[in-house]
Design a protein around this ligand. Structure first.
Ligand code: NAD
Length: 498
């Protein structure tokens, strides 16, 4: 193993960032951060608890109540956001190498995610100056208009898959709309998040607007969810964690945005362009190491092309290049953490008892240590199999045949999740009817997951609650106060008239 895979100048300790300062936890506690290729600790991070969250929320609240940020003109905030985007872009290689090292993501894919993070800031910087709100007139009687206001301290809780990009997805709109924030990044991958503070300082974000507390979900995350001065929680993570957060936030009646798990179907009809469908469904489940919420992890294939599809798909999956995350030719890297590796491997073993293994099924040759899983393909997977129903979140795919459009729809909808669906057919009517009937928050027709930032993002069923994306994110992070102005006679009966 060569050492050029280890980025230069790795921090030997990662701190919180509260009120413009890097600080340790009040109780001095830390947790270990592992390199997914060796599973050795390469640094420690401050382990935040309730006291640290209290401190961060107090700083964010002060910045909201007394600082300039919420009152600044949208154009002024937009300039800061554009500077943030410029800085992220100019540091994309450093960001990508840190992200790839910390998370095990292939470097080329981490670079794409760094650029997407910059784009998220640029997008909301533009949107906030273009924002128009409703005005309604009742001629001669009334004018009604909307005052849009930032809400306060937003609590942002993020997962470890593409961590920096997913943080930008929340930070962009939360800051663009004038809120202040406390970010609690995932404990498996705190490295790239530690770069935000420098970027924000350089871009001119006022002190206290952005605060970051590292730590475990059940400590720091839980304290953020239960803090009475945090009216909004935007959460991305597992459906089970979403349920816990939902319950914990209920007594405070907080605004919640929940982006949760998935088990998305890719449905391939016999009339589809087979090569395009295979290339896209290979990428759809093996990119980002399969640690992707919108992964097409169940492939449903029309029976007349099923055998040909499975044969070609398995052959191609075997050619997917597993390698060191820093190597630009790597297509699948190392899974994020040994706990996650054990979970994915346990599903591989379960799959062997439930279905026909046609590719992978264990460690790839030549990778005796680290969190490596060979791209794994199971065929003839029955809909009641656990590998058909449960989110694995790794490079493992289930393929199932179908006979009719009705069968395909029933299979597609036969899980608790409803995040994405991918449909491959050249029949226009079938494509649109299927899209309309499939239980998924997002549908792609003859396409992989390529998303226009203006479109709604979110899942149905156990995959989420609420939508972000475009102006829907602006809606989540703002209050819309209706102001009604009377222009005519005062419009009410007079009670107690003399
Ligand atoms: P996770 O639910 O384990 O953790 C997510 C975050 O929540 C982490 O920061 C964690 O520390 C925190 N957390 C855990 N318990 C908490 C608690 N009790 N209170 C408050 N915070 C708590 O998820 P993960 O394993 O980090 O991420 C993978 C999951 O995220 C997958 O299910 C994936 O599908 C989902 N995901 C969804 C989307 C989407 O947009 N729908 C995007 C990416 C990932």
């Amino acid at each position: 193993m060569t050492d050029n895979r280890i980025p230069a100048d790795l921090p030997d300790h990662i701190q919180h960032y509260i009120d413009g300062e890097f600080v340790d936890s009040i109780d001095g506690d830390t947790f270990d951060v592992l390199d997914p290729v060796t599973n050795e600790n390469y640094t420690t991070a401050a382990a935040g608890k309730k006291a640290d969250i209290d401190r961060a929320v107090a700083a964010a609240k002060r910045a909201f109540d007394e600082g300039p940020w919420p009152k600044m003109l949208p154009r002024e905030r937009s300039r800061v956001l554009h500077r943030i985007a410029d800085l992220v872009e100019s540091r994309d290689k450093r960001l990508a190498e840190l992200e790839s090292y910390d998370s095990g993501l292939p470097i080329t894919q981490a670079l794409g995610q760094a650029r997407r993070a910059a784009e998220n800031f640029r997008f909301f910087a533009d949107l906030i100056v273009a924002q128009a709100d409703d005005t309604f007139k009742v001629p001669g009687r009334q004018i009604n208009y909307v005052n849009r206001k930032p809400i306060g301290v937003a609590g942002l809780i993020t997962p470890w898959n593409t961590p920096f990009m997913l943080e930008s997805w929340k930070l962009g709109p939360a800051l663009a709309t004038g809120n202040t924030v406390v970010l609690k990044p995932a404990e498996f991958t705190p490295l790239s998040a530690s770069l935000w503070a420098g970027i924000f300082e350089e871009a001119g974000l006022p002190k206290g607007v952005f605060n970051l507390v590292n730590g475990l979900g059940e400590d720091a995350g839980d304290a953020l969810v239960k803090h009475p001065d945090v009216p909004l929680i935007s959460f991305t993570g597992e459906s089970r964690t979403g349920q816990i957060i939902f319950a914990n936030a209920a007594p405070y009646l907080k605004g919640l945005s929940m982006e949760l798990g998935g088990k998305s179907p890719a449905v391939v009809f016999a009339d589809a362009d087979l090569d395009a469908a295979i290339n896209a469904t290979i990428f759809g489940v093996f990119s980002l190491n399969g640690e992707r919420c919108t992964a097409g992890s169940r492939i449903l294939v029309e029976r007349s092309i099923y055998d040909e599809f499975v044969e070609k798909y398995a052959a191609q999956a075997k050619r997917v290049k597993v390698g060191f995350p820093h190597d630009p030719s790597t297509e699948v890297g190392a899974l994020v953490h040994p706990e996650h590796y054990d979970k994915v491997m346990s599903y591989v073993e379960i799959g062997k008892t439930e279905a026909r293994l046609v590719a992978g099924g264990g460690r790839p040759d030549g990778f005796e240590t680290g969190n490596y899983v060979a791209p794994t393909v199971f065929a003839d997977v029955s809909p009641d199999a656990r590998i058909f129903q449960e989110e694995i979140f790794g490079p493992v795919v289930a393929i199932t045949p179908f006979d009719t459009d009705e069968d395909a729809l029933e299979l597609a909808n036969n899980t608790r999740y409803g995040l994405a669906a991918y449909i491959w057919t050249n029949d226009l009517k079938r494509a649109h009817n299927f899209a309309g009937n499939v239980e998924a928050g997002m549908v792609w027709l003859n396409s992989n997951n390529v998303r226009d930032l203006r479109t709604p993002f979110g899942g149905v069923k156990a995959s989420g609650l609420g939508h972000e994306g475009g102006y829907r994110s602006i809606d989540f992070y703002t209050d819309q106060q209706a102001v009604h102005i009377n222009l005519g006679e005062v419009h009410n009966p007079v009670f107690g008239k003399q």
